[in-house]
Write a new protein. Structure first.
Length: 135
């Protein structure tokens, strides 16, 4: 098997989610397994800023064979990007990926299904959006 083999469900968007504290979604898999959830973020949605800084954040969720609502607070995600950190005053999301890869989960030959529905945002008056725990 190839360590870099993977399957990815990618949702591209350009959305200002400033004021939210995380994302939520309903999901299930054909059996219990782990997936990485990646959030891609940018400093500018207008397209006016040339080479606008981007960041990628990640967390791991365990999905099961029953529909369930999952919540992922931004504060529990880990920053993967090496570029300078984007300030938390604005949260512009350019994409969300659900990925299962042989390298991360030691799962050569793994096959299966993933369903995701009702992607949304956590709005919590007490929580200011803050990405990442290892900053």
């Amino acid at each position: 098997y190839q360590k870099e083999s993977k399957a990815c469900l990618r949702h591209s968007l350009n959305l200002d989610v400033t004021g939210t504290s995380g994302l939520s979604f309903w999901a299930m898999s054909d059996r219990q397994r782990q997936f990485c959830v990646y959030v891609r973020r940018t400093a500018d949605l207008t397209g006016k800023v040339k080479d606008s800084p981007t960041e990628t954040w990640r967390t791991v969720v365990t999905l099961g064979p029953q529909w369930r609502k999952y919540t992922v607070p931004f504060a529990e995600m880990q920053r993967l990007s090496t570029e300078p950190k984007i300030p938390n005053e604005s949260v512009y999301i350019t994409g969300i990926d659900f990925e299962r890869c042989a390298k991360d989960f030691n799962c050569p030959g793994d096959t299966g299904r993933l369903w995701v529905d009702q992607l949304g945002w956590i709005v919590d008056a007490q929580a200011r959006q803050t990405f990442g725990r290892n900053q």
